[in-house]
Design a protein around this ligand. Structure first.
Ligand SMILES: Nc1ncnc2c1ncn2[C@@H]1O[C@H](COP(=O)(O)OP(=O)(O)O)[C@@H](O)[C@H]1O
Ligand SMILES: [Mg+2]
Length: 299
């Protein structure tokens, strides 16, 4: 369990994290629009930057306020930045070997054994002699994951893991994370709810540096209870509906009709109520709707 308590961070005069408190456990999804402060929070958690106020407790140890502990804890934390780029002209193997040396793995035999193991874990063993700049986005992400596992971290912090991946790669990457997540705390940030929906056991929603809500996916979904509707419209009316409604999804019903999933406090005319999903819940919270009084106040 990682407890984030009243963490604030400013860049110059701009406060980008405002009294952030979270209880992070399991596979944790940090959701929020661009600029919400997700990356800043992740960099703070991984010890790359320090907050101005507040504390981060890992298994009840105060990380932010103890230098020696930070060193110790850092050995257990692996961070994968969103824009992970490494030596483009080196091969996958050379990269991992170099990073392993930087991580202090001096014994060559042991290092080779470890690299071999992580290459298998991320299924890159057959392409280990390929150069980084020749890899697809998905393969490059897998190299990023592989380097996290060179040590044996118990906490993985992964910023926007599926950004820039195509659909196939996203699904494969999600499955890989699920496989590797056993007995670990994983924090994943995303501005795309679908990316965390099938993976995360708990979710925190951040907007403008403020935590709007935290809970299990099923609890988050409930914030959109009685707010989700389906209306069927003529295809020609779409532009009008997009202007006047919060549209979550659009499906072609038949030749000239569309089924539109909308969020609305009051039942639109001829609307059919729908079961809320995590996306509906997140959008309701981010828009300041739903049953949470706090979220209304925070926006
Ligand atoms: N190094 C920095 N210097 C100044 N402002 C920054 C810096 N890093 C981030 N910010 C600002 O902090 C806010 C939060 O950014 P970030 O943590 O990257 O959000 P997210 O990852 O949710 O998109 C943004 O307004 C961004 O412009
Ligand atoms: Mg970011």
């Amino acid at each position: 369990m990682i407890k984030v308590k009243n963490v604030s961070k400013s860049y110059k005069n701009k406060k980008v994290l405002k009294n952030v408190s979270l209880n992070i456990e399991g596979i944790y999804g940090l959701i929020g629009p661009n600029g919400a402060g997700k990356t800043t929070l992740m960099r703070t958690l991984s010890g790359l930057i320090s907050a101005n106020e507040g504390e981060v407790l890992i298994e009840e140890s105060d990380v932010m306020n103890s230098e020696s502990l930070i060193k110790n804890i850092r050995d257990h934390i692996a961070y994968l930045p969103q824009d992970f780029t490494i030596y483009p002209k080196a091969t996958i193997y050379e990269c991992l070997n170099h990073i392993a040396m930087l991580k202090g793995m001096k014994d060559k035999k042991e290092r080779m054994k470890r690299i071999d193991k992580v290459l298998h874990q991320v299924n890159l063993q057959d392409v280990q002699t390929q150069k980084i700049h020749k890899l697809s986005g998905g393969m490059r992400k897998r190299v990023g994951i592989a380097q996290m596992f060179l040590t044996e971290p118990s906490i993985l912090i992964i910023d926007e893991p599926t950004a820039g991946l195509d659909i196939d790669e996203r699904i494969r990457f999600r499955n890989l994370l699920r496989e590797l997540s056993k007995d670990k705390t994983i924090i994943i940030s995303s501005h795309i709810v679908e990316d965390v929906e099938f993976l995360c056991t708990k979710i925190g929603i951040l907007k403008n540096g403020v935590v709007l809500q935290e809970g299990k996916p099923s609890e988050i979904s409930q914030f959109s209870r009685r707010l989700v509707w389906e209306i069927t419209i003529q295809s020609d009316d779409l532009a009008e509906v997009l202007k006047s409604h919060t549209v979550v999804d659009i499906k072609q019903k038949d030749y000239n009709h569309l089924d539109i999933r909308v969020l609305a406090k009051n039942k639109p005319a001829n609307a059919k109520p729908l079961e809320p999903t995590l996306i509906d819940g997140c959008l309701s919270i981010i828009n300041g709707w739903g049953m949470g009084e706090e979220c209304n106040g925070a926006i």
